[in-house]
Design a binder for this molecule. Structure first.
Ligand SMILES: [Zn+2]
Length: 305
């Protein structure tokens, strides 16, 4: 009889022990699943806040008045039940901070009385000057204060041909076919501020006229692009190196100080010379950025938080 009692007691304590273990295991499993959900939601919120600050910062360059609106719409579009969305804009330092929160429901931790958790994310983006870029066209422009929307002569203007230079530059080699390819497609290599690049001698008028006309004709966007409203990748948008001087004799090296973006308006040919005309615009693009170089209106956006 005594033996049976012991057995019974053992079975009873086994059940209690098993129940405790099961509760602990379930508890851990529950927490693991909830942790997973929280981590996923946190990742989504962080990504959306980053995307919002990057998009908002683009407007700081183009359309400051819309900065806040654009950033907010990014978050509301991507995340449901988001709350406390705060967008603070610092136009003078061209910075933007976006923060938001979300309450995430727990699935299993509810068993332990914890129904939800609050998560939050902050992102800060800054507009900086582009320091190096790919796709520059083989025309240089002398450093100056550029005015948005103003027409500039992008070839011939600099040296006026008197020194044998017509503002053309040799990127990745010299000669007409390389020049033509660079003008049509942009130089495939990277140019960085402080690089020295050789001038391309001669006025290369014929190649310039046909290539620029081809670029002008390649804009098939409807409505047709203008300098105020354009497709970001339109063939009429070109990036030029801003250089220290174009008043050099023959093939000389000139120094890159930054980059300026122009919207092509036309090309004229008179007396064997070609003048390329474009309006100065501000533009955001991919590339290495810097806060210590001069501002020539071509920017990159960097997340700093
Ligand atoms: Zn276009």
């Amino acid at each position: 009889m005594k033996t049976i009692t012991i057995l019974k007691n053992n079975r009873g304590s086994s059940i209690v022990f098993f129940t405790i273990i099961l509760t602990v295991i379930l508890g851990f499993a529950a927490l693991t699943i909830d942790f997973g959900v929280i981590a996923y939601e946190k990742f989504r919120l962080t990504s959306s806040v980053d995307a919002a600050s990057l998009a908002g910062a683009q407007e700081l360059v183009a359309n400051t008045g819309y900065t806040k609106e654009v950033a907010e719409s990014y978050i509301y579009k991507n995340i449901q039940n988001v709350k406390n969305v705060v967008v603070s804009v610092d136009s003078s330092s061209r910075m933007l901070q976006v923060s938001s929160e979300k309450t995430v429901d727990n699935y299993f931790a509810k068993i332990f009385g914890k129904n939800s958790q609050d998560i939050s994310a902050v992102s800060k983006a800054r507009v900086e000057n582009i320091k190096s870029l790919k796709g520059a066209r083989p025309l240089a422009i002398v450093q100056q204060t550029f005015t948005y929307g103003k027409m500039y002569t992008l070839k011939e203007g600099g040296g006026d041909g008197t020194t044998g230079n017509y503002a053309a530059i040799a990127l990745g080699g010299t000669g007409g076919s390389i020049y033509r390819n660079n003008l049509l497609n942009g130089y495939s290599g990277t140019i960085t501020v402080n690089d020295v690049i050789p001038t391309e001698t001669g006025n290369i008028a014929g190649t310039t006229v046909t290539s620029i006309n081809e670029l002008l004709g390649n804009c098939n966007h409807i409505p047709a692009c203008t300098y105020q409203s354009y497709n970001k990748y339109c063939s009429k948008i070109i990036f030029l190196p801003v250089v220290n001087t174009l008043t050099v004799n023959g093939r000389k090296h000139i120094k890159v100080l930054g980059f300026a973006t122009f919207f092509l308006e036309g090309v004229t040919s008179m007396g064997g010379q070609a003048d390329v005309i474009g309006r100065f615009i501000t533009y955001c693009m991919e590339g290495e950025t810097s806060t210590t170089i001069n501002d020539y209106g071509t920017y990159g956006i960097r997340l700093i938080k």
